[in-house]
Write a protein that binds this ligand. Sequence first.
Ligand SMILES: [Zn+2]
Length: 156
Amino acid sequence: MILSTHYAVGMAIASQTDYWLLMPIASLISHFVLDRIPHWEYLDSSKQIKNNIPIIALDLLFPATVSLMLFANGILDFKELFWLNLGGFFGILPDGLVFLKIVTRSKNAWLKGFFKFHRKNHTLKNLKPFWGALSQAIIIVTCLGLISIAKNIGIG
Ligand SMILES: [Zn+2]
């Protein structure tokens, strides 16, 4: 899954609970559950990371930027902004660790073990870009819905 999808699901989980222990655990678990679903990603190999830094940055910052805009408009208060983004952080943390392992070429046993675990838990089935993008758009919109219900914002 792309980072925005993981981040949005982490945020949606955070919107549904303010229990400080449940939220990070549920957000972390959501990452591995999402990775098991056949999906589409714009990176096929770790070698592509270097060539796609702007897209990765955009993907990474998109949900956080939307939440910052909601904060700027007074729709979210600071505590909500922080909590939702903390959920997003835990939602992408596994990919962050994978990224760290690739970029630093670390030989750290714990990181290597985690890298293997992440790969083993990842689906081997890839969707075509159209279905992959559509399914992730649906997940993100559903997350927005969950956040707006929790916040009573209402979309539109
Ligand atoms: Zn992942």
